[in-house]
Design a protein around this ligand. Sequence first.
Ligand SMILES: Cc1cc2nc3c(=O)[nH]c(=O)nc-3n(C[C@H](O)[C@H](O)[C@H](O)COP(=O)(O)OP(=O)(O)OC[C@H]3O[C@@H](n4cnc5c(N)ncnc54)[C@H](O)[C@@H]3O)c2cc1C
Length: 477
Amino acid sequence: MTTTLPSPELIASFIDIVGSANALTNPADLVPYLVESRGLYKGTTPMVLRPGTVDEVSRIMKLASATRTAIVPQGGNTGHVAGQIPREGKADIVLSLQRLNRIRDIDPIGNVIVADAGCILADIQKAAEEHDRLFPLSLGSEGSARIGGNLSTNAGGTAVLAYGNMRQLCLGLEVVLPTGEIWDGLRRLKKDNTGYDLRDLFIGAEGTLGVITGAVLKMFPRPLGHQVAFAGVGSVEHALALFDKASSLCGAALTGFELMPRLGVEFTTRHIPGVRDPMATVHPWYALIDISTSDSAESAERMVHELLEQGIAAGLVENAVIATSEEQRKALWHMRESMSPAQKPEGGSIKHDVSVPVSSIPAFMKEADAAVIKAIPGARICSFGHMGDGNIHYNISQPVGADKQAFLDRWREINAIVHGIVASYNGSISAEHGIGQLKRDELAEVRPEIEIELMRRIKHAFDPAGIMNPDKVLRAD
Ligand SMILES: Cc1cc2nc3c(=O)[nH]c(=O)nc-3n(C[C@H](O)[C@H](O)[C@H](O)COP(=O)(O)OP(=O)(O)OC[C@H]3O[C@@H](n4cnc5c(N)ncnc54)[C@H](O)[C@@H]3O)c2cc1C
């Protein structure tokens, strides 16, 4: 695979495929495609290609394959591990899927929506809603993240408890392979046991095996009842016990169970316009509980009251509020989704997106907190997340007044400490954001050799020339 700049003739051939209006080469136009939201990675590229059809994607890949040109697929550029950012100092071409944004078909009876990979997630949610259906993937970046990116990172979000992550929300895929061949796997089947599951290989592959161009996504009946409660609890142990009660009481109606620390509430109310503390009382931890029911509005209402009453009676809930309008429900979720951006004005923040078995969350957090504070006295731990999925965004803000760069320079050291503890609980170092560039080298350290070797063989089988998003997930040979 070449790492030198493509010749003017090759550049012209790529431009021919998409037309000059959709081939960006002016350095100022390239900038938005080269930096990711956290500013940790900045890439270089000779050009960004914006194909408008699957055939154009196929022709791009054929040419790339023939000339051994590296291609980096990009959707909404909201990924957190820099998989979508071309490598610095190389000549990777960015393939933006943003113009491939057509909803191809909606079948409310079959409960499927067939869409181009460049559709924005919020547009898919809206299209489902217009047909009185629900597409349940929901995340903070839904206004800009695209379906191809959601699939390629196997995105999770706020409703995984009830509906699963992207792998569970997709029935079929259309993929352009590194050779330019098109695999039409746009099947609408719930049951299909016909050999190896190619779909599941492409989902979560972070663009290293092929370019996803279309998908069959699952829709669901829209819930009739929806309740969101915010409960102050005394400890992570109490939050876990409350989750246990919620699971027993609500079953599949429990759509989300999120954990937030007091520090996170302080950060959001301080820095995010419009966010207010919903309670007059102060608590060490908070649980955001989302319940949605398909039978009636009343059943959700009954469940939320019953849960909070049981929680108070058991000494788990210290105080609670229940949102009484859609606006209030959104406000509570907005606070939760603002936990990460609210850390930015507080200085440097070292992040972890980890998962451990749900019942191990309190022990994991206790151990990790002690180790982090020992390493950096005064560090402000703001760990929050999808407690019901065992997924904690274990984020650490710098001590007040500390030097930001000196703090961030310890990123890898602190990662090693936290991830070591995660490993001791048989957890994962990337629960929902993937591996990309950020965790590539660490992946090889935490996974058994045989797993990495199998991944290498799969990569080689799909992409023998190594042109498909090289150096992401696995180090290029
Ligand atoms: C505020 C905020 C909140 C977030 N919350 C969550 C959350 O709750 N849960 C969660 O899981 N994630 C979350 N994320 C992370 C991010 O939004 C998701 O990873 C999202 O799914 C990425 O979609 P994208 O279109 O932006 O992909 P990009 O960032 O453009 O790309 C991500 C990866 O997918 C590859 N890729 C993109 N499109 C294609 C394609 N068509 N074919 C092949 N490969 C492709 C890229 O090469 C890259 O490796 C959040 C991000 C932000 C900024």
